[in-house]
Design a protein around this ligand. Sequence first.
Ligand code: COA
Length: 248
Amino acid sequence: MFSEPSTLTVPDLPNQARFVVSEGRSDWFAPDIALYRCDFELAHFDDLLFEQLGIACPPSVRRSVAKRRAEYLAGRYCASMALRALGRCAVQIAIGPNRAPLWPHSIVGSLSHCDGSAVAAVSANPKYRGIGIDIENHVTDATIENLERLVLCGSERALLPRVPDERRAWFTLIFSLKESFFKAAFATVGRYFDFDAVTVRSVDLASGRICFETNYGLADSLPARTCLQGAFRLLPDERVVTSVALTR
Ligand SMILES: CC(C)(COP(=O)(O)OP(=O)(O)OC[C@H]1O[C@@H](n2cnc3c(N)ncnc32)[C@H](O)[C@@H]1OP(=O)(O)O)[C@@H](O)C(=O)NCCC(=O)NCCS
């Protein structure tokens, strides 16, 4: 089911090439949403890369551990490349209130990072009021045990396969889809909301589509029982990418 890595290329700047080991654009989510992903090597992270890549490092990130600085850099790098793919100049994407990234005027977008990978999705199409993207490594069995009650409702638990590998993949998928939805809906909802806000109804492995619905009203434009769709890709190295776009 996975096609994305074939679009990844090795970058040409020498320092960046040691950090960003592969990268590429794809539009599997929607033709009017530019998606950019990179894989990076934490061991080759260097603070000088912020300057070389033209990415500002805010004080809160500068004070954090190298892993956080590397993930922040990789996320903003993907965001700037995704903006370029739309024909926009790369601009600084600051950290806004409630940690939401501040996109340029008339752009909606989202970004995500996990160990060694980052991804960003942006669109200039005014039909979208929010986009969410999330990349996750498959969770462990212990994580499923700890988070199952928080993340899944009864009918979602029934969707999980019994085979352990598949179970980890499906749990990660549903968890990630909900995080993508949170990011896509945050500007509309205007507050934090929990995993019980939506229920995944079906997962179509062949098309990479997930149908889900809101369990209660989150905003006037997101009443209870709103049917929504997300998309996903299962990456070969036990990671998943999910995305949700909310239209007006
Ligand atoms: C905010 C949250 C979704 C981020 O997910 P994560 O797996 O921790 O981290 P990711 O790397 O995937 O995403 C981090 C990025 O999300 C973005 N983000 C953070 N808060 C955000 C918000 N309120 N709205 C939109 N995007 C947000 C930021 O760009 C951040 O990257 P940055 O800090 O480098 O700028 C997660 O921490 C969280 O709070 N989840 C609980 C809420 C939730 O998912 N509810 C389920 C509703 S059904």
